[in-house]
Design a binder for this molecule. Structure first.
Ligand code: ATP
Length: 222
């Protein structure tokens, strides 16, 4: 299996001048092509920092050691979809390309909303617009921060199914999520990695992870 993206002993420290913190500590993570790798963990444990490291967008106050290896082009769907768009132009003006209809369908984005400005969307709608925007660029490595956070269960299922199809077409997909239950029920994820306080505390196929008798991990499957 080809690791399209990999973190090797990644440690990230942030120092704002007023406070400093180790936000990632010796993180090892492999994101293979053709697979969905899910990253889970409590709020503030460092998931978005992993996404930032993989997409070359760590904050300026961050210092890192260790290696970040990415093969091919990487795309990011940020946690807040609205940040993927310029505020002063409609989403339709920014979602341009031959495959717009296809990517909107894959992202379950309602095309009738294309004429709206980013801030005129609901958070679930703009998140799906951001996914459509990322898919338009056909990245080899797709990092999606909370794809189903603002979605009802049915729409979340459709979005996950599209991510599954995108991985099956050959891409390496890393998804940050709290939705362990849906992922194991549907079988959409190939592997899961759990972070706690910036450290990887469990990683493996969903069935193995699900069987762990760790209250921290189990909390994500309720
Ligand atoms: N731009 C930044 N500058 C400094 N520190 C930051 C910055 N962004 C995040 N952090 C810190 O890094 C740590 C990890 O944050 P991160 O956003 O990766 O958490 P997360 O697991 O994605 O949380 P959530 O599930 O709430 O989104 C937190 O302690 C946070 O305060």
């Amino acid at each position: 299996m080809i690791p399209a993206a990999e973190l090797r002993d990644l440690t990230v420290d942030v120092d704002t001048g007023r406070w400093s913190e180790r936000v990632l500590d010796s993180v090892r993570l492999v994101v293979p092509a053709g697979r969905i790798t899910a990253l889970l963990g409590e709020s503030g444990c460092g998931k978005s920092m992993v996404a930032a490291a993989l997409t070359g967008s760590l904050p300026s106050v961050a210092r890192r050691t260790g290696d970040v290896c990415v093969t091919g082009r990487v795309g990011l769907v940020p946690q807040s979809g609205v940040t993927a768009f310029a505020a002063e132009r409609t989403v339709g003006e920014q979602l341009r390309g031959q495959n717009v209809e296809d990517v909107c369908k894959a992202a379950v984005y309602p095309m009738e909303a294309l004429d709206l400005y980013p801030h005129q969307h609901s958070s679930g709608q703009i998140q799906r617009a951001a996914l459509a925007l990322a898919l338009l660029a056909e990245p080899d490595v797709l990092v999606v921060d909370e794809p189903s956070a603002s979605l009802d269960r049915g729409t979340a299922y459709e979005v996950w199914a599209s991510l599954r199809a995108y991985a099956d077409a050959g891409a390496a997909v890393l998804t940050i999520t709290h939705d362990g239950a849906l992922l194991t029920e549907t079988g959409f994820a190939d592997s899961m990695t759990f972070l706690r306080d910036g450290r990887v505390i469990a990683a493996g196929p969903p069935a193995e992870i699900r069987a762990l008798e760790d209250p921290y991990v189990a909390g994500f499957f309720q």
